[in-house]
Design a protein around this ligand. Structure first.
Ligand code: GAR
Length: 193
């Protein structure tokens, strides 16, 4: 049985797209049953709809607290019978309760070689620090931001003359490669928390 996966996005959704493409293969161990966005006009929603995948929007500004927002998301995940959650450019902090509830069943992609460069502006900070390498990490989500155990990482060189944009593009190509692979490992039970 394929694992039922919900993808949470806030924007463009290129990683979401990579997961949807991978999951369209007959032998992939997961199926995407829901794309949930906290931003009503997130670019990724259109692609998901085109592919016939259910989409939902829960805008955090419509909820009184982070906990109320997380409960609303949880209801949508339950309605979709999601078994795994993949955060793909989801730019909201999640409450500890929510994270604990999905412990071992929620993964994230982050554009740095964690534990280096948690948080935002990872590429700018890596360039400014004169790093020779940058990269990306797929990890299990734990209550501390960008802190959970890594499942897969990919490394790319930082090249002379790199800008935030050129480095981001080089890393993004690797994100699209490793995220489907990491989700496969989790769906098959080969990577566990
Ligand atoms: C990706 O680079 C992802 O790693 C990053 O946001 C981008 C989303 O792009 N995520 C984070 O920074 C999470 N802290 P996408 O919407 O095209 O997948």
């Amino acid at each position: 049985m394929k694992k039922r996966v919900a993808i949470l996005i806030s924007g463009r959704g290129s990683n979401m797209r990579a997961l949807i493409e991978a999951a369209s293969a007959p032998d992939y161990p997961a199926q995407i049953v829901l794309v949930l966005s906290n931003v009503a006009d997130a670019g990724g929603l259109a692609f998901a709809k085109e592919r016939g995948i259910a989409t939902e929007v829960a805008e955090h500004k419509n909820y009184a607290s982070r906990e109320a927002f997380d409960r609303a998301m949880d209801e949508k995940l339950a309605a979709a019978k999601a078994e795994l959650v993949a955060l793909a450019g989801f730019m909201r902090l999640l409450s500890t309760d929510f994270v604990e509830q999905w412990r071992g069943r929620m993964i994230n992609i982050h554009p740095s070689l964690l534990p280096a460069y948690k948080g935002l502006h990872t590429h700018r900070r890596a360039i400014e620090a004169g790093e020779a390498f940058a990269g990306c990490t797929v990890h299990f989500v734990t209550p501390e931001l960008d802190d959970g155990p890594a499942i897969l990482q990919a490394k790319v060189p930082v090249l002379p003359g790199d800008t935030e944009e050129t480095l981001a593009a080089r890393v993004l190509a690797e994100e699209h490669r490793i995220y489907p692979e990491a989700l496969r490992l989790v769906a098959e039970g080969k990577a566990t928390l």
